[in-house]
Design a protein. Structure first.
Length: 390
């Protein structure tokens, strides 16, 4: 049998089929690793194709029927798949039994930390559907106090779950490495913070953490209307970040900072930014600063202010769009601020400053998954890390 993770206070267990490990070239591949890989293949086929018979799974995975039968038996025992009756239109002989994923066999705790005032969380099933929502006020919490709020939010969602919890996925602003260390998230007061380990140790569950804009871009392409061949998603919340997908792959760069458009200086000598510079795009566009700017404007000038900020954002995005040949620019954040004059000004500014052949094929729009794009991406991270299912 595969390794199991027992949930605190719950006799039920769940199988961590895909662990995040780094293996050196000379290290031996163990039988357990092969088995986890095969289990992931079965689950991926069922996620992609829907219910299949054991014979169908053997053909799709190139595994033997005996191996497939053994793996399906294990997944049935774990409750991750179920038998769904006989295959329609079967030939004479013993009818084939269909097996399919049980999408709510386990649930995922997903967190979105991008908002400027509230930390959002949800329990989600394996399809990315929200079962329960929760939130906590961020207030002035920074550093360890903000970590405490994250832990409280996770614990509350785990306590409310009527199913085993597969793991915790967190989308956070800032630069995040592959080990779940937040290298810097100035607006939350986090620097070199091993957030995955810190939260995991306190809640007793595996934790997957990634930059909010990056997982939002992945979710927009996987579950929404995004173009994975060339997409730039700009997340506007407590700060401003960007996620770039090219040819289906997130661009991270050697410093893991690709897409950090919020720290491009747009007003030299302007307002101080949390990163240490002055006049960054974030000081103009981040939700707290944008709300202050609009509050200081007269009612007749609000639309003009939004257009000015949109033009500034468009000027920052145009060189990226032209250089990379991106065709899909997506804004994610409060619709009441972004979806209107600001979006229109971004669209016009990018088109005006981009190569004509690029502008001709460019779509500038709001995220199709609306407010749940980071939550969906966070849940998808856990599904991949623990089950090997994309």
């Amino acid at each position: 049998m595969i390794e199991r993770t027992t949930l605190p206070g719950d006799a039920r267990t769940i199988p961590p089929l895909r662990q995040r490990t780094t293996r050196r070239a000379h290290e031996k591949v163990l039988p357990a690793d092969t088995r986890r890989h095969h289990l992931s293949l079965i689950l991926q086929c069922l996620a992609d194709e829907g219910p299949l018979s054991r014979a169908d799974l053997a053909r799709a995975t190139s595994l033997t029927r005996v191996t497939v039968s053994d793996l399906v038996t294990e997944l049935l025992a774990d409750g991750l798949v179920a038998e769904l009756g006989t295959k329609p239109g079967a030939r004479p002989g013993k009818p084939a039994t269909l097996v399919g994923l049980v999408h709510d066999a386990v649930l995922i705790v997903a967190l979105d930390l991008s908002d400027d005032t509230v930390l959002h969380g949800a329990l989600m099933d394996l399809r990315g559907q929200i079962v329960t929502r929760s939130a906590v006020e961020l207030g002035d919490a920074r550093g360890d106090a903000a970590v405490d709020l994250v832990v409280d939010l996770v614990r509350g969602l785990v306590a409310s779950s009527e199913r085993p919890v597969l793991g915790v996925g967190i989308g956070t602003p800032g630069v995040v490495d592959g080990l779940g260390v937040v290298r810097q998230a100035p607006n939350l007061g986090w620097y070199e913070l091993p957030l995955a380990d810190a939260v995991g140790a306190r809640v007793g569950l595996p934790v997957s953490i990634a930059n909010d804009a990056n997982i939002a871009a992945l979710a927009e392409c996987t579950f929404g209307a995004g173009n994975a061949d060339g997409l730039l998603l700009v997340a506007v919340g407590h700060g401003v970040g960007g996620g770039i997908l090219m040819d289906g792959t997130i661009l991270g760069g050697p410093l893991l900072s690709a897409g950090e458009v919020g720290h491009v200086v747009v007003e030299p000598g302007g307002a101080p930014c949390a990163c240490g510079n002055r006049g960054c795009l974030e000081t103009v566009l981040a939700v707290p600063h944008l709300r202050d700017r609009l509050a200081a404007a007269s009612p007749d000038a609000v639309e003009s202010e939004l257009r000015t900020v949109g033009t500034t954002l468009g000027a920052v995005l145009a060189p990226i769009v032209t250089t990379l040949g991106i065709t899909d620019v997506v804004l994610y954040g409060p619709a009441e601020l972004l979806d209107g004059p600001l979006l229109g000004a971004v669209r016009a500014a990018v088109a005006e400053r981009s190569m004509p052949v690029v502008a001709e094929h460019l779509d500038v729009r709001m995220a199709s998954l609306a407010r749940d794009v980071v939550l969906t991406g966070a849940a998808a991270q856990v599904r991949f890390a623990q089950l090997g299912v994309v």
